[in-house]
Write a protein that binds this ligand. Sequence first.
Ligand code: G6P
Length: 607
Amino acid sequence: MCGIVGFTGAQSAAPILLEGLKKLEYRGYDSAGIAVMDERKIAVHKVTGRIANLCEKTQDGLGVTGMTGIGHTRWATHGAPTEENAHPHLSNDGKFAVVHNGIIENYLSLREELIHDGYHFESETDTEVIVHLIEMFYRGNVREALIRTTNRLRGSYALGVICSEEPGKIYAVREASPLILGIGIGENYFASDVTALVNHTRNVIYLEDGEFAELSSESIKIFDCSGQAVDRRPTRILWDVQAAEKGGYEHFMLKEIMEQPGAVKATIAPRIRNGRVAFEELGLSAEELQGIRKIIITACGSAYYAGCSGKYAIEKLCRIPVEVELASEIRYSDPIIDEHTLLIVISQSGETADTIAALKECKARGAKTLAIVNVVGSSVAKLADYTIYTWAGPEIAVATTKGYTTQVAVLYMLAVYIAERLGKIEGKEKQLIRALQDLPRRIQQAFDLNSSIPALAKKYHASKSIFFIGRNTDYAVALEGALKLKEISYLHAEAYAAGELKHGTIALIEEHQPVVALCCNPSIMEKTLSNIVEVKSRGAEVLALTFRNNQKILSVADDFLFIPDVDSLFSAIVEIVPLQLLAYYVARENGCDIDKPKNLAKSVTVE
Ligand code: G6P
């Protein structure tokens, strides 16, 4: 995610800001910038690409005078990674500079309003509305302007703000996005995480949601949204820098697994407006949607399995046939495609070679192309006719987790979006929108229900091989669950459609063979139950993934993973969470290099 730093003190700010930004590099970014205040003037320096470019541009900060400033590393969400879109953003009168981490959900309506009121925009970012709002509300009191501004914002934000009329002061604001204040001697700081602070101080204050802070070299004042002072005790940081980068988690993968409620919310919430799914980025007219005869989803790896889950929701709601094809296969298969085909390409990185080739091939044959991508401005995003970003934030662990779930979230939203525009879900819209909005909470509940996973991992980690079975939507999740396990724990894991067991795989079931059985789809529960009984009677050890109160399954399986109650149409996104955790803890038991599994790459840019 984006990173924020702020400094005020009695030494040159720019070198300290640059050093702080370097410490935040691990979070992922594609552009960077600083704003430094000297006397009553704010100077902004921005670059695309690496912090090294910013160091070069500012002579390692020595070419910038001023002892108060803010800095930012940007991971593009709204608008490509360009200098214009990089932070800090300036107000039209040049008095304010702002850096922002998070997403402003209502930025489009605010932008329209501000343009109408005569404000001029330099970037495509959601952030820029903030700085213009501050200018609009400023009447000589920055605190008041910040409170009035945040009253207008919906979404998540950590903000760093400087004002040329208040030399020596930096302001910080937090709402659903991390921000930590660092207490120095004769100088103070803020940053998105403690890695950027620990070289200077280990005494910090964790700002809480809805709180504001005013920092000068000598003081830190915290206040709430009514301007009332808040008293907060400092905390002493005991972590080493490496642990701090991972937010205290042992591995990036675990951190990213735990980030999923937030990532899925960031993907869904801004796109639900007035009780409908709104995809501004999808320019297909109602007539063009009516003309779609077939949807092809293509991708590689987990993105392909996300497509497998999405297929069920799209077919069920839209009644349009969906084919899910491996990108490495479709590119050489002489696919049957015409202008009535909608091709959906899914890629976290947007740089997977086979996925790019498949997209080019299908586009050349006349398909309308839509990309679901996490990395803004990536090759897939540029090549497709339309792009919907997943806004998962950067993923550092090689095995994808939040990348996958946010892809599934977009596919669910797309299913509702297309079905609604085709008039296929009349009377059901509200219920479906509620179910979508509820998903982040359900994912969180899946964490809470599965505290036994580390113990289960101890039981199963030495197995030679684990089978995953499920039907329908459960089968799609089984495929991703098995992939996660083999990727990071190097255990042999295979997923089978449960109904196929009798056609071969059952020959491999013997005493103590672990079978993970996914039973989360009530419409075919009885069928999967029969398959569980079949493998049990041949000696298998069954680890069932199901609802907590599912008595039938509870009475036959040996061990359990649980999901909360969730609409079966959208359950895949919740079901995968315990399976990710299982893979993680099994790999941990086996002492594997979880974030960088052997032989695998995060982005496969060769065929
Ligand atoms: C690699 C990664 C997987 C990913 C796949 C597709 O195999 O290790 O985690 O699912 O590539 O990558 P993409 O960036 O296109 O989603």
